[in-house]
Design a protein around this ligand. Structure first.
Ligand SMILES: [Zn+2]
Length: 138
């Protein structure tokens, strides 16, 4: 029981829980992100069967589940909150550049993976260490 590992419900990483049973995420940042996503989209993250943390399950979730739906939603929400400012002014060129810098510093394009049919391109997320798909809305 001491060596029992939990699987983070956000980034799929296996970790040793500090507080058993209550803890669902490996870190505070994963917990916060998962909460923000649930709150913003009403999306239920797919939960992983903890008894059988097979490699396949983890890969499937990182790519299909979290990558496309959740992180995509997070990126869109992030962009939206930057574009919609209190004064309700349209985004300036500087705003656009800020978003671009933000995205390009955290997400790095993956060149050896195909784009999706909707035009979303694969990126490596330095923060969560996962491949995600983002749509360039420029
Ligand atoms: Zn995590």
């Amino acid at each position: 029981m001491e060596n029992y590992l939990y699987t983070c419900q956000y980034c799929s990483k296996e970790y040793k829980p500090n507080r058993r049973k209550k803890q669902k995420y490996c870190s505070n940042s994963c917990r916060t992100r998962a909460f923000a996503i649930r709150k913003n989209s009403g999306l239920n993250l797919p939960s992983i069967d903890r008894k059988k943390p097979t490699k396949t399950t983890i890969d499937k979730m990182s790519l299909a589940g979290v990558g496309n739906a959740a992180v995509g939603t997070l990126a869109v929400n992030l962009a939206t909150s930057l574009f919609i400012r209190e004064e309700n002014k349209p985004a300036t060129k500087k705003d656009l550049q800020d978003v671009k810098n933000l995205l390009t510093s955290r997400y790095h394009a993956v060149l050896n993976m195909p784009s999706q049919s909707n035009g979303a391109k694969p990126f490596y997320d330095l923060d969560t260490k996962q491949i995600i798909y983002l749509i360039n809305r420029q």
